[in-house]
Design a protein around this ligand. Structure first.
Ligand SMILES: Nc1ncnc2c1ncn2[C@@H]1O[C@H](COP(=O)(O)OP(=O)(O)O)[C@@H](O)[C@H]1O
Ligand SMILES: [Mg+2]
Length: 323
């Protein structure tokens, strides 16, 4: 296929994937994928196993070539300028190899040297990386004695040792306990605050939680949605879940709500709790509904509304298909 000519994008766009395709036999592993990640942004790349996340990330990291399309990393083409791309990019693959007999500092030092960081600059870089990843206290410990979370920090340290503008992390939270995951999230947010662009994949949406500024949902090689978290929420028909706690007459309230129909649906109740969904996100409509409940003398104690979470959006958008 002919590679389309690409022109450099705005300097704030650090990853600019343009119509990427990668085909293995009859599998379209990456099927027309385009998205952008800006400086200071964390972009969550979310999709089930086999969706095409790793293949896309390998192309962006210059480890594989697209069959069609191109991508610019910090303004440089992964096809025409792979060397420049590599200098500006840190990639943490799914399951980075570590050398069990090296200590943390030896491991990082090895990669700092590989990047040609020398002399005082190397010492400064090592100190900074160990401190940033919270490994300074265990710098002299052998890699084999590290917990999964600590090892993941070390791998992140390795990916950031040459101070790249762009970081691509393939399933970094995989297998981490909740605490290690929160620590990872804080480290990644910190790197974004320094102005780096981060592309982070996961097959579990909640794993990335609310750390992302933007997300792309990929399924069977196709990016089915991409945009900032706010844009994606807005694109969807918004829905709020309302919970009402009352002193009694819950079933009666449920029947009253069901009779009203749209925009009320999915009503469920017990004697003291009623839950239902409201299409649209209209505070005025909620206010009127509450007022009418009070007028009908339902003994309401609490009335709370919750907007759809990112997870609801994910369930709504994806079919769960795998290839
Ligand atoms: N080198 C390869 N040869 C053949 N098929 C591949 C190769 N790499 C990936 N695939 C296929 O491409 C699809 C996407 O894989 P991958 O990018 O690893 O998905 P993910 O990382 O989202 O789990 C899968 O169907 C996988 O089997
Ligand atoms: Mg993968």
């Amino acid at each position: 296929m002919v590679v389309p000519a690409v022109h450099s994008s705005s300097p704030d766009i650090k990853i600019d994937a343009r119509r990427l395709y990668r085909i293995f036999g009859s599998t379209r592993a990456v099927n027309d994928v385009s998205f952008e990640v800006g400086a200071g942004q964390v972009y969550g790349f979310i999709g089930p196993n086999g969706a095409g996340k790793t293949t896309t990330m390998r192309i962006l990291s210059t480890l594989d070539l697209p069959d069609y399309g191109d991508a610019l990393v910090d303004g440089f083409s992964v096809i025409n300028d792979p060397d420049r791309v590599r200098r500006r990019l840190g990639f943490m693959p799914d399951g980075f190899g570590t050398y069990p007999n090296m200590t943390c500092i030896e491991y990082l030092d090895f990669f700092a040297r590989a990047y040609g960081i020398i002399g005082r600059e190397r010492m400064r870089t090592l100190r900074f990386t160990l401190a940033y990843t919270g490994l300074d206290k265990i710098a002299e410990k052998p890699v084999r004695s590290l917990s999964k979370g600590m090892r993941q920090r070390l791998c992140l340290g390795r990916a950031m040792i040459h101070n790249p503008t762009v970081l691509i992390l393939d399933e970094p939270a995989n297998g981490l306990d909740p605490r290690a995951r929160i620590e990872l999230r804080n480290m990644l947010r910190g790197l974004a605050q320094q102005g780096k662009a981060l592309l982070v994949s996961s097959h579990i949406l909640t794993e990335l939680g609310e750390m992302c500024d933007a997300i792309g949902i990929i399924e069977q090689g196709k990016l089915i949605v991409t945009g900032t978290v706010t844009e994606i929420r807005r694109q969807l028909q918004p829905q709020v879940t309302v919970r009402v706690h009352l002193l009694g007459r819950g079933e009666e309230l449920a029947a009253w709500l069901q009779r009203r129909g749209e925009p009320i649906h999915a009503v469920s109740a017990s004697a003291e709790n009623v839950e239902f969904k409201l299409s649209g996100d209209d505070p005025q409509a909620r206010h009127q509904l509450l007022q009418q409940m009070i007028e009908e003398r339902f003994p309401v104690v609490d009335f709370s509304a919750q907007r759809s979470t990112l997870e609801d959006v994910f369930m709504h958008l994806t079919t769960g298909a795998v290839q």
